[in-house]
Design a protein around this ligand. Structure first.
Ligand SMILES: [Zn+2]
Length: 506
């Protein structure tokens, strides 16, 4: 293939390959021909650019969870054009998809997310707060790079399958609404992972690493809606305020905090509380994230539910609806998977950053009052997340870790010190560092998929550990059987912002 390239392009590819292959150093002798092929394929400048541009496009769409129609389509189309069979609208969610290539066992899955966050709009690679559209959504968690990297990795694996003809199936799971932790429990319930032998998860980061063991919190995402009676605000005695019920519920949960085990997290937003002070609101809703460890979260949810009932009782209103949007477990990352990923992370190595990229990182760090260290230069060490558990964030990847061996590759691109779910992360998830970081992440995912597809002894390590763990911890969903995916989530918000963002893009 390369001999047919024009000379100039060959030189560019060769110099990139020198960096990529050269940095593999002494272990080069052990690299299988399949792995070599995926790394070379991903190192081509036109491939780096192709997926970099996809990432930037998804970044500019900035679509909120369950409304990622353009982002999901772009990724699914890219995989289909590359020869994958794509099932769209899976698990009852229009933006969910599964793309498959190959046949038979083993089946290796790669997870991919693409949703943005509300209120974070920001210009790319500008180191001071400067929104594109004030108040619009933005990619403050790097999800624009993630399903993009997963797709690049899977298409690279296809190249190796086509050339060397080994057996097995590679799948990309396009997973909507990760920020609201919605898709995975529904995807599992729909049986999408039933035949999958192992899963490679990924997340954008400032570092390059992986970990194993217990991580993050389990979580219930619940909307409590109260129903009261309207009345004139100046003669309110005939009314029953649903907003009062929300207020009393929130006072009660804030007192509850004192008596929750310290690993908990709990936060809420009032998503409806009336429209004018002179009309007693007959409807009000509050949306809670209720987080704790797997063994504590169900009891915590029951206690928050009691606070909601107290709000209704005190105000003479009705707790009209308790809508569980999602309920998920902690992450239980597979150690053998993480060990395999770590080897490939060390093998691929941290991308080289230009002076301009270090300078941008330092300018952003300065603006945030952080240490001006620039972009990172070293990959991370393998770590056990579960050594001291103090609670924290959640991901619906936790569900997947309980049904098949799974671990997460964190790939670079973000600036160290940039704040998660903040304009500073939006600023650095765009452009050159994001392109290089997602490319490095794709290489590790593709190399790891090759190992799992071509070395049965590697896959067996993951499977044996998983079988032993799941015998002790059988999967039992927290999600109630009658829960359905909240397809209306963010619909109105996104309709409003989409118009303004598209206007700006034109
Ligand atoms: Zn995220």
């Amino acid at each position: 293939m390369r001999s047919q390239m024009p000379i100039r392009r060959t030189c560019v590819v060769f110099s990139v390959l020198l960096f990529v292959i050269g940095s593999y150093g002494q272990s080069e002798g052990k690299v299988s021909k399949e792995k070599k092929l995926v790394l070379e394929w991903l190192s081509q400048p036109e491939i780096v650019e192709k997926f970099g541009k996809i990432s930037d496009t998804i970044w500019s769409y900035a679509e909120l969870g369950m409304q990622e129609f353009k982002s999901s389509k772009l990724l699914a189309d890219t995989l289909e054009e590359a020869g994958f069979t794509v099932e769209r609208g899976t698990a009852g969610m229009p933006t969910c998809f599964v793309a498959s290539y190959g046949s038979g066992k083993p089946v290796i899955g790669i997870l991919g997310e693409f949703d943005a966050l509300p209120m974070l709009s920001q210009k790319g690679r500008v180191p001071v707060q400067d929104p594109i559209v004030d108040g619009a959504p933005g990619h403050g968690c790097g999800h624009n790079t993630m399903c993009t990297a997963a797709s690049a990795a899977a298409i690279a694996v296809k190249q190796a399958m086509d050339k060397y003809g080994f057996r097995g199936t590679i799948k990309v799971f396009g997973s909507p609404a990760e920020e609201t932790l919605i898709s995975r429990p529904y995807m599992i319930r729909a049986g999408l992972f039933d035949d999958v032998d192992a899963v490679i998860d990924n997340h954008s980061s400032s570092g390059f690493g992986t970990s194993y063991g217990l991580g993050g919190n389990a979580m219930y995402s619940v909307i409590f809606t109260f129903k009261g009676k309207t009345a004139h605000g100046a003669s309110p005695w005939g009314g029953r305020s649903a907003l009062d019920a929300v207020d009393i519920m929130n006072v009660a949960t804030n007192y509850l905090r004192e008596h929750l085990f310290y690993t908990y997290r709990m936060h809420y937003v009032i998503i409806g509380g009336g429209e004018a002070p002179n009309v007693v609101p007959d409807k009000a809703s509050v949306w809670y994230y209720i987080r704790n460890s797997d063994d504590r979260v169900e009891e915590m949810y029951e206690r928050v539910l009691d606070c909601a009932k107290a709000g209704a009782l005190a105000t003479g209103t009705e707790l009209a609806e308790v809508r569980i949007l999602s309920a998920i477990h902690q992450r239980h990352a597979n150690k053998a998977a993480a060990e395999l990923f770590q080897k490939n992370i060390e093998f691929v190595g941290m991308p080289e950053w230009t002076e301009e990229e270090h300078a941008f990182a330092k300018a952003l760090q300065k603006e945030l009052g952080q240490e001006e260290t620039g972009m990172p230069t070293e990959v991370g060490k393998l770590s056990d997340r579960g050594e001291i558990f103090v609670g924290g964030g959640s991901s619906d990847v936790g569900e997947v870790t309980l049904i098949t061996p799974t671990a997460t590759i964190r790939f670079p691109g973000q600036v160290p010190g940039a704040i998660g779910h903040h304009w500073s992360s939006v600023a650095c998830n765009y452009g050159s560092t994001a392109w290089k970081g997602l490319n490095a992440g794709a290489k590790v995912m593709a190399a790891s998929a090759i190992d799992l597809l071509t070395k049965p002894e590697e896959l067996k390590k993951l499977r044996d550990e998983f079988e032993a763990y799941s015998a002790e911890h059988p999967y039992k969903p927290f999600l109630p059987e009658d829960a359905t995916p909240p397809l209306d989530l963010n619909k109105e918000l996104m309709e409003k912002w989409r118009r303004l963002l598209e206007k700006d893009n034109n």
